[in-house]
Design a protein around this ligand. Structure first.
Ligand code: ATP
Ligand code: MG
Length: 384
């Protein structure tokens, strides 16, 4: 655990970058520092590996004051990733990643073997190993940066706006990858961003900072969204925090209907059986059980179903895995107001109306704070 204990950083010109900051960074989790430009995020991160020394207060790693530890040993136990990756332009990808193991005295072969293993781990094609950084896309370079930071297997990873320079799609991929790596390797990650969505998505805990180096709130994302400490945090979270909070509620208990579903090759009898009880719409699936679209029962003719003429089914959600936010999104996207639940392989497991989703949301709120950690984590990754 890293404990930041009443830390203040005052630069020589008098600027107070961090003001009396205290918080605990638990092991094997992702702690995110988020806040507007100049609020002291980078300064805080750099005090953790002693690139910057605090003016007052102390930082403890596993109970030991950082100030008492040799800087070199300390840095080796902390991988560091920055925006634009900061790669060595004259070194190949594999040698960039092998940098720290080589410094630690590993043989070239062993270091390169380790580098190739890490390329695989961060989702880089081995064929890129001999290229130079300028021959890679921004997103690929960022992955190299992560692999390089992981090379000596440090327990701690410090990341300063690592994904800020790439487009939103690549960025989402990098975030998902980071979550997967963290789950696999159990690193203690300290992550700086100014993007609150990124913070909510990847953070186990989020520290919201405000200008002047003040800590405005330190909490798990679900709690930030449900209980912002003050107007600043609420403002920073943005207008749709209620909707975003739904990402932390599971769909596992959502009551699905399995009756109003017919396969495209259903007989007239099956269609009429399935539309019993005033069902407004039937979901038509292909022969494998994957969704095709909705239809009013009266408009379905057995043996002559035209998938082109069905109403769109929106975006299906993975039942039990994705959140109420995904379910609601699915319902809102379909003109019928019904969402389609699928299993991991895309086959329909049931359908659910906007109204039922609304009831589930009310029930979830009534139960108090959502279980942000387990469900939220899995979900944020899947639902975005
Ligand atoms: N070497 C320095 N000397 C004087 N002031 C500094 C120095 N480095 C940073 N600052 C100031 O300290 C404050 C915090 O800077 P810091 O880089 O930690 O902010 P940040 O939250 O990382 O911002 P950004 O999101 O823009 O990266 C800012 O007001 C900055 O101008
Ligand atoms: Mg910064």
């Amino acid at each position: 655990m890293i404990r930041i204990d009443s830390v203040t950083k005052r630069y020589p010109d008098g600027t107070v970058a961090v003001d009396n900051l205290s918080l605990e960074i638990p092991d094997r989790s992702i702690t995110v520092f988020v806040g507007p430009s100049g609020c002291g995020k980078t300064t805080t991160l750099r005090m953790i590996n002693r690139m910057i020394e605090p003016t007052e207060g102390r930082i403890l790693l596993d109970g030991k004051d950082l100030a008492q530890q040799p800087v070199n040993t300390l840095r080796r136990s902390m991988g560091y990733v920055i925006q634009n990756a900061g790669l060595f332009q004259h070194r190949t990808i594999v040698d960039n990643i092998a940098t720290v193991p080589r410094l630690l005295g590993w043989s070239k072969d062993k270091a390169r073997a380790r580098a190739r293993e890490l390329m695989d781990r961060v989702g880089l094609d081995g064929a890129l190993a001999k290229r130079y950084p300028y021959q890679l896309s921004g997103g690929q370079q960022q992955r190299v940066g992560v692999a390089r930071a992981l090379a000596a297997d440090p327990p701690v990873l410090l990341m300063d706006e690592p994904f800020s320079a790439v487009d939103p799609v690549v960025r989402k991929g990098l975030q998902d990858e980071l979550l997967r790596i963290q789950e696999e390797l159990g690193k203690t990650i300290v992550f700086v961003t100014h993007d609150i969505d990124e913070a909510v998505k990847i953070g186990t805990n989020v520290a919201v900072m405000r200008t002047g180096g003040h800590l405005a709130q330190f909490a798990p994302p679900a709690e930030l969204l449900s209980n912002p400490a003050d107007d600043f945090v609420e403002d920073f979270l943005g207008a749709d925090r209620g909707i975003r909070r739904l990402s932390f509620f599971s769909t596992a208990d959502l009551g699905l209907l399995t009756t109003p579903i017919v396969a495209v090759d259903s007989t007239a009898e099956q269609i009429s059986e399935r539309s019993a009880g005033d069902v407004p719409y039937l979901l038509v699936t292909d022969v494998e059980g994957k969704p095709l679209g909705w239809s009013e029962p009266a408009r379905l003719t057995a043996g002559a179903v035209d998938p082109e003429r069905l109403l769109p089914y929106g975006r299906p959600f993975e039942h039990g895995k994705e959140s109420l936010r995904a379910a609601l999104d699915g319902a809102v996207l379909s003109p019928t107001g019904w969402a389609v639940a699928v299993s991991a392989d895309g086959r329909v497991t049931g359908v659910v109306s906007q109204q039922t989703i609304g009831e589930a949301i009310r029930a979830a709120h009534a139960e108090g704070d959502p279980d942000g950690r387990t469900d939220g984590r899995t979900d944020a990754k899947v639902a975005g």
